[in-house]
Design a protein around this ligand. Structure first.
Ligand code: 13P
Length: 301
């Protein structure tokens, strides 16, 4: 029994709604596969660093280092990633702001992209402590995560702010990796569909038509982040189908959908082979270069 079924068993109404989305999913996944081959040079892969790999890249593997690292530690990790990255891999690391220059220096000329974990929705001005999208672009970033659940929960970022940040990132020529995902309490109450749909809808309603084509969406169920307990393939299939359906309804096709939440080498293969999963957003396991490269390896299979 999938995690979703376990929770839905307590929430019968939710169950039928989710099965409807699930049914939609297989059709959409097939349609998406062909759209993806056409859009592969858009967004994330548009960055020069990743362009060389664009024709063969299959899945995006993005590391989110969160609040970890030191110049010494990073140097070792970045060198190992550079040495272990293979032709055709589409890898990126989202590092803390102070280490962007280090990532740029270490990864320049490699097929690995780098980016940030947050960004200001403001372009410039009296916003102490903020970092603008143009500043990230200045350091060669190809992407920035927006709306991570930790930012939503701990720093009060609401849907509207997340949408403005996504627009700022895209306007600066980078790929916004927009995180969506429900908490355990929301899932238990049968609110998963509502929450995830609302989070994506807020972004789609605000951003420009051009930004919509650049979006990468990461489904990160809050209950799977840092717990060691990834969502089941059934859960991921269900939510990714929901997101795919919503995007297509809004006329957005070929969007890359990542899964995040306790991804590691041992479960990456199965998760990455799930319908509508185009990559992974990796937290803890991205701090171990060997483990991260094994996830990249799983993405090649
Ligand atoms: P973990 O892989 O550590 O669960 O974190 C996932 C995440 O939050 C990535 O953004």
């Amino acid at each position: 029994m999938s995690t979703a079924e376990r929770f839905f068993a307590k929430c019968p109404n939710q169950r039928s709604e989710s099965s409807r989305h699930f049914a939609l999913s297989e059709k959409s996944a097939a349609k998406h596969k062909s759209a993806r081959s056409m859009c592969i040079i858009s967004g994330f892969l548009k960055s020069e660093r990743l362009m060389a790999t664009s024709m063969v890249a299959t899945k995006y593997i993005v590391g989110n280092w969160k609040l970890h690292g030191s110049t010494q530690e990073n140097a070792v990790r970045l060198a190992a990633l550079k040495a272990g990255c293979r032709h055709g891999d589409a890898l990126a690391v989202c590092v803390p702001f102070p280490y962007l220059a280090q990532a740029q220096q270490a990864l320049q000329g490699s097929a690995i992209g780098w980016g940030a974990q947050n960004v200001s929705e403001q372009a410039k001005g009296a916003f102490t402590g903020e970092v603008s999208a143009a500043m990230l672009a200045d350091f060669g970033c190809s992407c920035a995560i927006v709306g991570h659940s930790e930012r939503r929960a701990l720093y009060g970022e609401d849907d509207a702010t997340v949408a403005r940040k996504a627009q700022a990132v895209a306007e600066a020529g980078m790929t916004p990796i927009v995180c969506v995902g429900e908490t355990l309490a929301e899932r238990k109450c049968g609110e998963m569909v509502q929450v995830v749909t609302r989070q994506l809808a807020a972004v789609l309603a605000h951003v420009s038509a051009e930004t919509k084509q650049r979006l990468v969406i990461a489904y990160e169920p809050v209950w799977a982040i840092g717990t060691g307990l990834a969502a089941s393939e059934d859960d991921v299939r269900e939510v990714h189908a929901l997101l795919r359906g919503q995007l297509e309804k809004a006329g957005v096709t070929g969007t890359r959908l990542l899964y995040g939440g306790s991804v590691k080498a041992s479960n990456a293969g199965a998760l990455l082979n799930t319908a509508n999963v185009d990559g992974a957003l990796v937290g803890g396991a991205s701090l171990d270069a060997e483990e991260f490269l094994k996830i990249a390896q799983a993405a090649r299979a």
